[in-house]
Write a protein that binds this ligand. Structure first.
Ligand SMILES: Cc1cc2nc3c(=O)[nH]c(=O)nc-3n(C[C@H](O)[C@H](O)[C@H](O)COP(=O)(O)OP(=O)(O)OC[C@H]3O[C@@H](n4cnc5c(N)ncnc54)[C@H](O)[C@@H]3O)c2cc1C
Length: 311
């Protein structure tokens, strides 16, 4: 790492989703000099979620935007410093943790990684070419562009189902294409999907290609049981085929599992002493706002204990 001004903190948090904002709330409130580095919107994946119904304390549910805003406001009350940058490299130099962004080098005594997840690509011809021209990974962001349109949603988990349900407010008809013969999503979302007259399901099928001229016009679909190919006309393709952790920049520094999730102990400490991980980027059973917030609090408390032990 070369060049640039070096700024020093007690704690640096990478990622400002619910895990990072909670970690920041705890460390700032403990009067630790903390910096949170966030490349996108504070709130992370919550900002692309219409309604969150299973986060305790909001009996009628709460929009992802509003929950993000409230969490941000709470951290600001305790003076959390936030910069809008991308962490591109992390190194350790004896006891110091070194974080590099595009234009700044930061040093800290302890680091908390909260970089969450991002959507996996389907990897078919046309996907890259038509991204933003009919191909989308976020219904909450793009649904309004598809008023009265014929839409395809790919996937069978919670995100595919909730996003398809949200799209029914705008689109004329939605076809969910799923490679299995049963959905993976939570039962309550399945019930809502089956009951919605705007949603059709195409089972045992995969998208082979996304076609169009300047915008999406159709998809080529293969039936995995019969091998039969078909072409479906559509104006929009929403892809929810799984998430992967944003940990590529950490490869070689700490233990990751085969899918790239950070391996931690029960206190959220990684294989590198003094570096903690919280939220969706960590190997764990359940990836939700409630568990991200719990991780953030644990990692912050463990980081504080780590600093106290160093004194
Ligand atoms: C469509 C959808 C619907 C969902 N619905 C629900 C629901 O109803 N209930 C529920 O509990 N959960 C829901 N979830 C899951 C929930 O949003 C996540 O579990 C939670 O947001 C994870 O929080 P996090 O802080 O670990 O990560 P994220 O929310 O992913 O935040 C990570 C942040 O880190 C930033 N970042 C990543 N890499 C870097 C870097 N190198 N430098 C700087 N910043 C970086 C990202 O920009 C992002 O803002 C939903 C998710 C999706 C996608």
């Amino acid at each position: 790492m070369e060049g640039g001004e070096i700024k020093k903190y007690d704690v640096i948090i990478i990622g400002g989703g619910p895990a990072g904002l909670t970690a920041g709330l705890y460390t700032s409130r403990s009067r630790l000099n903390t910096l949170l580095i966030e490349i996108g919107l504070l709130g992370g994946q919550m900002t692309t979620t219409e309604v969150i119904e299973n986060y305790p304390g909001f009996p009628q549910g709460i929009t992802g935007d509003e929950l993000s805003r409230l969490m941000e406001e709470q951290t600001k009350r305790f003076g959390l410093e936030v910069v809008s940058q991308e962490a591109v490299e992390v190194k350790t130099d004896r006891e110091t943790k070194v974080v590099k962004t595009d234009d700044t080098i930061y040093h800290c005594k302890t680091l908390i990684i909260c970089t969450g997840n991002e959507w996996q690509k389907l990897g078919v011809p046309g996907e890259k070419e038509f991204t933003g021209k009919g191909v989308s990974y976020c219904a909450t962001c793009d649904a309004a562009f598809f008023q009265d349109c014929q839409i395809i949603v790919v996937g069978g988990g919670d995100s595919a189902l909730t996003e398809a349900l949200y799209l029914t407010k705008f689109a004329k008809e939605i076809t969910i294409i799923h490679r299995r013969d049963a959905l993976r999503g939570t039962k309550i979302y399945q019930e809502r999907v089956f009951a919605n007259p705007k949603i059709k399901l195409l089972w045992n099928s995969v998208v082979q290609e996304i076609k169009g001229d300047s915008v999406v016009q159709s998809v080529l679909v293969k039936n995995l049981k019969t091998g039969e190919m078909g072409e479906l006309e559509t104006e929009g393709v929403f892809l929810f085929v799984g998430l992967s952790p944003r940990t590529q920049f950490l490869k070689g520094l700490m233990k990751l599992d085969g899918a790239g999730y950070i391996i931690t102990d029960e206190n959220c400490e990684t294989s590198v002493k003094g570096i903690f991980a919280a939220g969706d980027c960590r190997k764990k059973l359940l990836r939700q706002v409630a568990t991200a917030v719990g991780d953030g609090a644990t990692a912050a408390f463990a980081a504080e204990k780590f600093l106290e032990a160093r004194k």
